[in-house]
Design a protein around this ligand. Structure first.
Ligand code: AMP
Length: 196
């Protein structure tokens, strides 16, 4: 049976995104729901499910993230477990980059490298496949939200250890009052679409 020719509208290197305006950013904010005291007392959880479930808003969010990358070359996106996969995968597809998952312990099937980091209470660990990145590859970290920066700093450490050149760190939301940027270091270009 002959396969039909498939037209690829979004070829790698042709970055298509509409310009995101200040009123678009207000619309995106409208798709984020505050859930107080989740997952524990005192935390206001930023629930992005309303945004994800609205096709126009989800596309707008990806437009904004792609626009923030601009013309910077990116070979691979490192997406952080689990909501970082949602944004990371969509952005990777749009810009023609690969996607590397950084996961919680015990989830990755191949040989892993891990990094521990401090949480508000206790410690946690993230892992990456040790052959996921080749030395010199240009890598952009993507996650849904930057809080204290501990998770992203650990993911960047792993990425560097594998020899990547860090293009930057890109977040949909930044909780500025937690000053997570400082944890990522002065040499990392940090960008966020929505800041609280
Ligand atoms: P941190 O390591 O403190 O920067 O935490 C970032 C990670 O935890 C991200 O992967 C977020 O998905 C999640 N996270 C932390 N705080 C919140 C919050 N207030 N609302 C939603 N997700 C959060």
């Amino acid at each position: 049976m002959q396969m039909a020719n498939r037209r690829i509208d979004r070829a790698p290197g042709r970055r298509q995104s509409s310009r995101v305006t200040p009123s678009d950013l207000d619309r995106l904010r409208g798709g984020i729901r505050d859930v107080p005291d989740f997952p524990k007392p005192g935390i206001v959880f930023k629930d992005i499910v309303p945004l994800l479930s609205d096709p126009a808003l989800f596309r707008l969010a990806i437009d904004g993230l792609v626009e923030a990358i601009g013309s910077r070359p990116v070979d691979k996106i490192v997406g952080i477990d689990a909501r970082g996969f949602i944004f990371g995968a969509a952005v990777a597809d749009r810009i023609g980059a690969g996607l590397i998952p950084v996961r919680k312990p015990g989830k990755l099937p191949w040989k892993t490298r891990s990094a521990a980091y401090t949480l508000e209470y206790g410690e946690s660990v993230v892992e990456i496949h040790e052959d996921a990145i080749s030395p010199g590859e240009r890598v952009l970290l993507v996650d849904d939200l930057l809080a204290t920066g501990g998770t992203s700093a650990a993911a960047l450490k792993l990425t560097r250890e594998l020899g990547a050149e860090i293009v930057g760190a890109l977040f949909f939301i930044e909780l500025t009052f937690l000053e997570g940027r400082a944890a990522l270091g002065d040499d990392v270009a940090v960008e966020a679409l929505i800041r609280f």
